[in-house]
Design a binder for this molecule. Structure first.
Ligand SMILES: Nc1ncnc2c1ncn2[C@@H]1O[C@H](COP(=O)(O)OP(=O)(O)OP(=O)(O)O)[C@@H](O)[C@H]1O
Ligand SMILES: [Mg+2]
Length: 237
């Protein structure tokens, strides 16, 4: 079943066009990876999906309902959580307070409590640090917290913007394992990465975006075997 359908969207910053005629679909249960170089428009796409930017043209449907032009808050309510590039945790709040903020649109106290326990099970490091100000966490721990905060919104679809950026290899492995785990538990994932190798290794399908356009798409395996992708994004191997 199609969960997210993006059709022919154009997105601008003032006069600068950042996305051109972009069409992407994500099916329920999938991990879809979006790969592309610096400035390709990957973050712009995620920001548009979460309502921070409005497309000038085109359609975005989530679970058969239009979400283009909707407020960020109602998009979260509909079931989309965005883990932004650079994590963006609230440095002066504790780990626990950051997690609570992730659930700010929910009213089911019991469910919120259960999901908090679930986040601590997924990331025991966060439990150990729950009273610590999040500004004092390491980069990897902040990534865990940003993902935990997204989980607290109980999303159907999670948008992850370069979760591996700046992390040591062991931490990257942990984060990717968690992405696989939350997907197995039923959350659909749209993953933006410059680390194309890792991103395609856990994905069902992928899209390659260059200067605001989708230039290639296919199964993760097709993309991993594509000469074009190997040359440009997989270090030529
Ligand atoms: N606030 C902004 N104002 C004007 N132009 C912007 C703004 N944000 C991004 N852009 C431009 O839009 C284009 C796409 O940027 P975007 O951040 O989406 O790229 P990206 O693929 O996420 O890159 P990176 O891998 O470096 O994060 C770039 O040319 C960028 O300079
Ligand atoms: Mg980006």
């Amino acid at each position: 079943m199609t969960m997210l359908k993006i059709e022919n969207i154009d997105v601008f910053y003032g006069n600068i066009q950042a996305l051109r005629d972009v069409s992407i679909t994500v099916n329920e249960g999938e991990i879809v990876s979006l790969i592309g170089a610096n400035g390709a428009g990957k973050s712009t796409l995620l920001k548009t999906l979460s309502g921070l930017l409005k497309p000038k043209k085109g359609k975005i449907e989530f679970l058969d309902k239009s979400i283009s032009g909707k407020q960020a808050q109602s998009i979260v309510k509909a079931g989309i959580s965005h883990v932004p590039e650079g994590r963006r945790v609230f440095a002066n709040l504790t780990v626990e307070e950051n997690l609570e903020l992730g659930a700010f649109l929910r009213k089911d106290k019991q469910g919120i409590h259960q999901d908090m326990q679930k986040v601590y099970e997924i990331f025991p490091r966060l439990l150990e640090r729950k009273k610590q100000h999040s500004g004092t966490l390491s980069g990897g721990e902040q990534q865990m917290l940003a993902m935990g905060r997204a989980i607290m919104a109980k999303p159907k679809l999670v948008l992850l913007d370069e979760p591996s950026m700046g992390l040591a290899p062991l931490m990257v492995k942990t984060i990717f394992q968690v992405i696989k785990d939350i997907n197995h538990e039923g959350t659909t994932v749209l993953l933006v990465e410059q680390n194309a190798n890792m991103a395609l290794s856990i994905a069902n399908r992928g899209y390659v975006i260059e200067t605001g356009r989708v230039v290639l798409s296919g199964s993760a395996q097709e993309l991993q075997n594509s000469e074009e992708v190997k040359l440009a994004y997989l270090g030529g191997h």
